[in-house]
Design a protein around this ligand. Structure first.
Ligand code: GRG
Length: 329
């Protein structure tokens, strides 16, 4: 029951997402009042876009809210909104598109944590969804979030029908057999301890980069960016994805579960950017991809504009030696 008519207005009253502290536990979290404000809008909107906790079946809807409203960093919806802003649109025009991306992302995290995949117990500082609600309900919650994402895009107001169709196509490609699903399959079943960096990055590009490309291109599409800008945004998304996954690998190797808010040390015996290169070179690799990301949009954006500032802030702490201390240290 989430048709367009039921959607709360964007400027509706603030809603408490889950009654929890929304401050993320991990490094690499862009801050500042403008970003905090947009992040709060995302949190409020996500809480309004899914069924309330008392709606039947309560177990399913509580599982969705448990996964979705836990304190994620919301970098993907922020990128959607900041890309729209960079190219002249009101960032709130892209709020629902960003929330759709976050719904897909959260669905993927719930599935990723299952015993048949990464077998993780903690996510976003709280018990993984299957740990709290059981595996069957977690799978169904992921399906509910994935399908809801496309309903949210279909119901977006203030953009043309053609734009809604394009947003749907962008999100679909990123989610499926060319994107996240393919990347995850290769990550689980086509990966050896001696894989070369090129193969690792190719998998990371699908597993992680695809959704960053979608998040950023959706913002560009809402702002009606032209073809050359959309191509630059795809390059930006790819490099942000590679930098982000490399940083995630560094965190897995160098942070405790309580610091990261999710299980770490899961990459032991697995070829990742950090295990193959070592922590310090992996940190340099994060910076190299971040620089390539910034270069990709340099012809179209100002250095102090919303998009380049945010991307730089996303990875600022990767250059801090503090992010490289030993796990559980
Ligand atoms: C549901 C479309 C769909 C696909 C399922 C399970 C799966 C296929 C894909 C998993 C892909 C995956 C978990 C990639 C890792 C991406 C990553 C680095 C996640 C961590 O993202 P953060 O740090 O997390 O942004 P928060 O919690 O802050 O949102």
């Amino acid at each position: 029951m989430h048709g367009r008519a039921n959607m709360p207005p964007l400027d509706g009253p603030p809603q408490d997402a889950a009654g929890r502290n929304m401050g993320p536990a991990v490094t690499g979290v862009p801050r500042g009042p403008a970003i905090a404000n947009l992040r709060e809008r995302v949190n409020q909107r996500l809480a309004a876009l899914v069924a309330p906790p008392q709606a039947a079946p309560v177990s399913l809807n509580c599982a969705v809210r448990h996964a979705l409203l836990a304190p994620g960093k919301r970098v993907r919806p922020l990128l959607t909104m900041l890309t729209a802003a960079e190219f002249g649109a009101d960032p709130l025009k892209a709020l629902d598109a960003g929330c759709a991306v976050e719904l897909v992302h959260t669905a993927s995290l719930v599935l990723d944590d299952l015993p048949c995949m990464d077998d993780a117990c903690t996510r976003r500082g709280v018990p993984a969804t299957h740990t709290a609600f059981g595996e069957a309900t977690a799978v169904l919650a992921a399906i509910a979030m994935l399908t809801r994402a496309f309903g949210v895009v279909a119901a977006m107001e203030g953009i043309s029908t053609a734009a809604r169709v394009d947003l749907t196509a962008i999100l679909s490609v990123a989610s499926g057999a060319e994107g996240l699903a393919a990347g995850q399959e290769r990550d689980l079943n086509d990966r050896g301890p001696a894989d070369p960096l090129a193969k690792i990055n190719d998998i990371n590009d699908q597993k992680t980069g695809a959704l960053f490309i979608a998040a950023i291109q959706m913002g560009g599409r809402i702002a009606e960016a032209d073809a050359s800008r959309m191509a630059a945004l795809a390059a930006l998304g790819r490099e942000v994805g590679l930098a982000f996954q490399a940083l995630d690998d560094v965190i897995d190797l160098s942070r405790s579960t309580s610091e990261a808010g999710k299980d770490t040390g899961k990459d032991t015996g697995k070829a990742t950017v950090a295990t193959v290169m070592g922590l310090e070179p992996a940190r340099a690799e994060v910076e190299r991809h971040m620089q390539l990301a910034l270069d990709a949009i340099a012809p179209f954006t100002k250095a102090d504009g919303p998009l380049r500032s945010f991307v730089a802030a996303m990875f600022a702490q990767a250059s801090s030696a503090a992010s490289l201390k030993p796990a559980n240290g």
